[in-house]
Design a protein around this ligand. Structure first.
Ligand code: F6R
Length: 251
């Protein structure tokens, strides 16, 4: 495979300006053709500044999201929508409440489903993505286990949207947000690796020294379900946008 193109920035703030411009250009070029723009979105700390920049472009530069359809990667399970720890809350708080997106165009996995409802929901989620024309651009973060979405080690490149169990390290990393490890949900609904790889363009964001070793494994390691993010090496149009700290171990 071609090596994943990695762009290294002094500061996350400058990296996200580049990514936000790419997203804005895509949205505008689709709008000119009267087409919808389908975005796959991530939560967590990595994309917060990107969403801030998109909100700024909406407010100051008239960037409209009226032709945008979004699909979020994942949601904890169980998780009420109104909970401050929900990805539902996160997305509204950081992005959706501040832009002109049609609420009907927002899709986030539902953390309130019963075990019996989950499978049907997941199948429908993949079908909705397909019916929308597929994801034009997918934003990703990366977990220290090598997860993208919540596709933990062992996730196959063909996996679709489904219920998963979170790894101990992932739960540990989320403990701060939940006020203790024992309060973090052990399950989630996530798009599959296969769902993600179908996106026409993928941008991955990673900041800080805590991500340095997983970034090295993902970019330089062999492709394996031991590090699901390595499947990104097989994607023809992926770009990593990282800061110098996350790039520290790259050779
Ligand atoms: C979030 C998601 C996760 C995060 C990853 C990194 O929707 O799918 O894969 O991107 O856990 O999280 P942060 O950005 O908080 O380091």
């Amino acid at each position: 495979y071609e090596k994943i193109p990695v762009q290294i920035y002094e500061e996350p703030a400058t990296a996200v300006v580049t990514v936000a411009k790419e997203i804005a250009n895509l949205i505008r070029s689709k709008a000119e053709k009267n087409e919808k723009c389908v975005l796959g979105l991530a939560t967590g700390s990595s994309p917060i500044k990107l969403y801030e920049e998109l909100v700024r472009m909406h407010k100051e530069e008239g960037l409209s999201f009226q032709n945008v359809i979004t699909f979020n990667l994942d949601e904890y399970l169980p998780m009420p929508k109104e909970s401050e720890q929900s990805y539902h809350y996160f997305m509204h708080h950081h992005l959706f409440d501040h832009i002109d997106i049609d609420p009907a165009n927002i899709h986030i996995p539902d953390g309130t489903l019963t075990s019996e409802e989950i499978e049907k929901f997941c199948k429908a989620y993949d079908q909705q993505i397909e019916s929308a024309g597929g994801i034009d651009l997918q934003v990703l973060g990366i977990g220290r286990t090598g997860h993208i979405g919540f596709n933990e080690p062992g996730s196959l490149p063909t996996s679709t949207t489904r219920m998963v169990y979170l790894n101990d390290l992932t739960i540990q990393d989320a403990a701060g947000d939940f006020g203790g490890k024992d309060k973090v949900p052990t399950r989630a609904i996530t798009m599959g690796v296969g769902t993600i790889l179908k996106a026409k363009r993928i941008v991955l964001l990673a900041w800080g020294e805590k991500k340095a070793s997983i970034i090295k494994e993902t970019v330089e390691g062999s492709v394996s379900d031991k590090v699901p993010a390595t499947f990104l090496q097989t994607h023809p149009n992926v770009g990593f946008f990282i800061d110098i700290k996350a790039a520290e171990e790259l050779t």
